[in-house]
Design a protein around this ligand. Sequence first.
Ligand code: KG4
Ligand code: ZN
Length: 335
Amino acid sequence: MQILGIETSCDETGVALYDSAAGLLAHNLYSQIALHEQYGGVVPELASRDHVQRILPLITKTLADAGTDKQSLSAIAYTAGPGLIGSLLVGTGVGRSLAYALSIPAVAVHHLEAHLLVPMLEDDVPHYPFLALLVSGGHTLLIQVYGVGDYKILGESVDDAAGEAFDKTAKMLGLPYPGGAAVSALADKGRAGRFHFPRPMTNRPGLDFSFSGLKTSVLHTIQKAACDEQTKADIAHAFVDAIVATLLIKCRRAIEQTGLTQLVIAGGVSANKQLRLGLHDLLAQMQGKAFFPRAEFCTDNGAMVAYAGYLRLQAGASAPLNFQAKPRWLITDIA
Ligand code: KG4
Ligand code: ZN
């Protein structure tokens, strides 16, 4: 069975081909970072227009890379939400039209579920049930995963997402959009101990997160300090320390609460090397194991959509052609 995956929920056009017997056959990504960089963030109207231009050539290239053609496809999986509505409509429209023309199913995929399941494409996979930390530009969630589509949210951000905190801190430090990787690289040049930021919501029980206060602390520090390059690096260092420490405290708590010792980390911020290292050590200390997607599948991509679509079909998901794209869509509300 061959499934074409289409991702257009935000600022990356991703297309991939997954084969149920041979695994991932091809995947391509077109990132719009250069387009949005000058505005310091994603401009939704420009994003959707660019998806329109990129999507068909990317599908043609992906099929050619895999040495196959449209006629061999068994299904199309497309990201139906959550995300920017204009961008979602491009993938939704193209995916469903192609499926209709080929008389094959079109599966609506939940973007966060795709992030959550993509670590399963690696050689070493977790077994259900496990914990998942989903840290992206728009979401921070701790989830108990019982099986495909069977999720219990243990904690979530009450305000900014972890990735958003990275991006806003990057902006304050004068780094280009999107700032996660740049803040992380600058933090490497920073010295420990010069600045200290709060670990929000860690001194009270529960598994929810809050990152907007941390962002404000960073802002006040930048305003007070003489911001030479070394100072900026020292601030970045303290910021990454605070965010990683906060995520580690909540993950430890979730492991203790549930007794589950397998933890999947997914979403754009899971590319962060300080976080990967910290979680790897934490799980080793707790006689457990951390599972990460490979670096290129941490951020948005088509492979995760093709694979999630495959698992959904396996689980008997229906594929109605009139499915409404959903800019807001809870992972616990997948039909
Ligand atoms: O999952 P993703 O590609 O898109 C969403 O679904 O939101 O995540 C993008 C987020 C951005 O906030 C970006 O700054 C962050 O992931 N990110 C990182 C790193 N790479 C990407 N944050 C910290 N460290 C990184 N290396
Ligand atoms: Zn994403």
